[in-house]
Design a protein around this ligand. Structure first.
Ligand code: NOJ
Length: 754
């Protein structure tokens, strides 16, 4: 199935675009129910609706009410408005509903580095939300992987702001093309769970009103603009309808009543016209929050906003104009995406999965990363490699009830835990898929999944056929919303398991099923560990996707979306155990920090191997001087929707086209991800290099393709704290086309002058 899909992609690319400018998201106009309203049109419609509401009704719409969804907005039957439903999660319709697809998680789609898949996964998720009649999806989640131990890294898109922003952009367009409002969360600097909301009863999703203060993320103006705000800005540009403010404080003020982040940065500087809803229980006050930019409190019911604002209007504590603005913002996305016209009725358990298992399987495979492949042990050759020994509880689902929820447990993991988790309708674990492969290809499989039964494990080493066998060791690392990981080690003492197997099996391949960063040092250099596949959080098609990779039916091409350090301390950032988390590293995060401090990691950000090889040639950088430049035209054609919001500052105008050729020099079809790293003139005070472009390029054996990456005005600018503007630095910029953040992987290099 996947193999067919893979060839299809390659063939259509060969025929349709011999010289392809793979700049951005493909968009199939027939496949969207949204015909296209602009923000101006939607705002006018929302205003006119608000004009017919009483003060009581208006105030009541500034907080959620009880109802079937995670969040519910008041209906006004006399105006034929049936209310709105807000539902988790970023990776499918969640909160325990039936009949929805548990998609490969955010961290997995990011690892594909494939813009088309970003879009297609978003569209598939959108179809399910729409199919169930949900109005707002509570995603995407784009908090930066600043802290490797953060329990929610699996929901997000990794450690780089540009990569996260492009993910958010593709997801939002996919989702909103289906008429479902996206919610960019958690705004902003929610990079840890520890002390995010002391006293919050996470499992019950209820705030404890007696405990009011969360930790404060403290950071400077340059850092917030260049790192943490970046993906949220990309979301605004994509046209996202909703934002969710976070539990934490930012520079000493709760995020949900933070005038600086909400009014000045988001609604002012980014010209955002949609609403801000609070995270569940993140509202710490009524009027100060409303004045600080919060438009709707979720889940409501605690008397802080909603009808209690009526009295505040009457007393003059808040103006009715601001209440009108709040409700207009709440309703604008509903009109923007035409939810007033024949939107499906709400039925959370309605079967809307369609054939989404196909895209889910594709994303799962595309996001798996080949980290080590000594002497090309992979892919296995079914005519020669007949015997397999399987170890580790991660090879099989632990129970039939799901694989995550709030608590970790043994077994194959499809997603992490918390509100991001989607109850799977099924899950195909690796062992099940390996059994099918065994039957089909006449292999032989023996397995011991226990991590403690060393009698059985050691016994397996004496079994017939072991000497020539391939050994697969499945290890996992789980995390969840609500708490952070205690360390970066795998569950259940799995390092000992890998070491034991590798001390007997000369062909040990480790399968790492992990939420985010993991420390591999206990075994990565062992000579018998000849292969490592990072399977991430692959969703319910885990088994089929992995088996396709193991046996060469899918050629891996995923790339790391964070650095894997040799020592945990090398990251230079970690969860704060106190009520203050100071982002003292500034813009020197992840690979930017490793570069700056000349620290060699185990595996670089952007790294991942393939079963084939590639060469790069003919780098050309051209300045884009006018709007009719073909590169600019194609860029805008692919990125623009009626609901886009690129702002008025021209920051997203393409200014350079960076063109080069990639050739598959091997014998099998495969893909590579050329990554554009930019080095700024000294004036910008930037890290040694920053990611500013990428494209996953699929090539048949021997095939070449021309690729054009676009640099926008914003991409070549730094945040100038003095004049409060994105500013182009004067001097030479170096452009490197590389296959990871390792300078040894740079394939082409040139420069331009500003
Ligand atoms: C709290 C989580 O932080 C957020 O991501 C989620 O959308 C809400 N709960 C609603 O479940």
């Amino acid at each position: 199935m996947i193999r067919g899909g893979f060839f299809l992609v390659v063939i259509s690319a060969c025929f349709s675009i011999t010289v392809s400018s793979v700049i951005n998201f493909k968009h199939n106009a027939e496949d969207t129910p949204v015909k296209g309203r602009t923000w101006d049109q939607a705002i006018a419609m929302a205003k006119s609706f608000v004009g017919n509401l009483t003060l009581d009704e208006k105030c009541s719409m500034t907080a959620g009410i009880g109802g079937p969804c995670a969040g519910n907005v008041l209906s006004v039957q006399r105006l034929n408005f049936n209310g709105m439903c807000f539902q988790d999660s970023p990776s499918g319709v969640g909160d325990g509903v039936l009949q929805s697809t548990a998609f490969a998680a955010g961290i997995q789609i990011a690892a594909t580095w494939d813009r088309d898949l970003f879009y297609q996964r978003g569209a598939a998720i959108g179809k399910e939300f729409r199919g169930k009649g949900v109005h707002f999806a509570l995603g995407p989640m784009m908090n930066i992987d600043r802290n490797a131990r953060h329990g929610r890294n699996w929901e997000g898109f990794g450690s780089d702001p540009y990569l996260s922003g492009e993910n958010a952009f593709g997801y939002i367009q996919g989702l909103q093309d289906q008429g479902v409002v996206g919610t960019a969360k958690h705004y902003i600097c929610n990079e840890q769970e520890t002390n995010r909301n002391p006293g919050f009863l996470a499992r019950k999703n209820k705030p404890n009103p007696n405990v009011n203060v969360a930790y404060s993320a403290n950071l400077d103006d340059k850092t917030i603009h260049e790192i943490y705000l970046w993906p949220f800005a990309s979301s605004v540009a994509a046209g996202v309808g909703s934002f969710m403010c976070s539990y934490n404080q930012v520079n000493g003020t709760p995020a949900c009543q933070n005038d600086r982040t909400q009014n000045q940065l988001l609604k002012g500087e980014l010209e955002y016209h949609g609403n801000i809803m609070s995270d569940w229980g993140a509202t710490k006050s009524g009027v100060p929050s409303a004045l600080g930019g919060l438009d709707i409190e979720m889940p409501g019911g605690d008397g802080l906003m909603g009808s209690s604002l009526v009295q505040a209007v009457k007393s003059g504590a808040i103006t009715e104009t601001r209440i009108d603005d709040m409700v207009t913002r709440v309703l604008t996305p509903y009109y923007l995406l035409e939810q007033d016209q024949s939107y499906p009725s709400l039925d959370l358990d309605r079967d809307a999965v369609g054939d989404n298992y196909k895209i889910n399987r594709q994303v799962a495979a595309a996001g798996m990363i080949l980290l080590k492949n000594t002497n090309n042990v992979l892919p296995f050759n079914v005519t020669k490699d007949k015997n397999y020994f399987i170890y580790g509880s991660g090879g099989q689902s632990d129970d039939g009830l799901g694989s995550g929820g709030w608590n970790g447990h043994p077994g194959a993991l499809y997603q992490g835990g918390g509100s991001g988790f989607v109850d799977p309708t099924y899950g195909i674990d690796p062992l099940t898929s390996l059994m099918e492969k065994t039957r089909e290809a006449h292999l032989q499989i023996r397995y011991v999944l226990s991590h403690t039964d060393y009698g059985a494990i050691n016994g397996s080493f004496n079994m017939r056929g072991f000497n020539t066998a391939k050994c697969l060791v499945f290890i996992t690392a789980f995390s969840s919303e609500g708490y952070d990981r205690s360390d970066l080690q795998p569950s259940e003492n799995a390092n000992q398991l890998v070491q034991t197997v590798a001390s007997h099996c000369t062909n040990t391949v480790v399968i790492v099923n992990s939420v985010s960063q993991l420390n591999l040092e206990a075994w990565i250099d062992l000579p018998n560990v000849v292969g490592v596949i990072w399977t991430g959080m692959p969703g319910t098609e885990y088994g089929p996707a992995l088996v396709d990779i193991l046996f060469g039916d899918y050629n891996p091409g995923g790339k790391l979306v964070f650095t894997l350090a040799k020592n945990d301390a090398d990251f230079g950032t970690d969860i704060s155990p106190t009520m203050t988390s100071t982002y003292s590293e500034g813009v020197f995060l992840d690979y930017r920090h490793f570069d700056q401090n000349s620290i060699t990691p185990r595996y670089y950000f952007g790294y991942g191997l393939s079963y084939t090889t590639f060469s790069f040639s003919k780098l050309d950088i051209s300045k884009i001087n006018n709007k009719n430049n073909p590169i600019a035209l194609q860029y805008w054609a692919r990125r623009t929707r009626s609901y886009s919001n690129f702002g008025t500052a021209g920051l997203y105008e393409p200014v350079y086209g960076v063109t080069f050729t990639v050739t598959n020099t091997g014998k099998v079809a495969g893909s590579e991800v050329p990554q554009l790293y930019l080095s700024f003139p000294a004036e910008a005070q930037e890290p040694p290099k920053v990611l500013r472009g990428f494209e996953r390029v699929y090539l048949g054996a021997g095939e070449s393709k021309q690729v054009t990456l676009v640099l926008t005005q914003k991409d070549i600018s730094y945040w100038n704290t003095a004049n409060q503007k994105w500013t182009v630095a004067s001097g030479d910029y170096t452009v490197r086309i590389s296959t990871s953040a390792n300078n040894a992987d740079v394939k082409l290099q040139s420069s331009f002058h500003e």
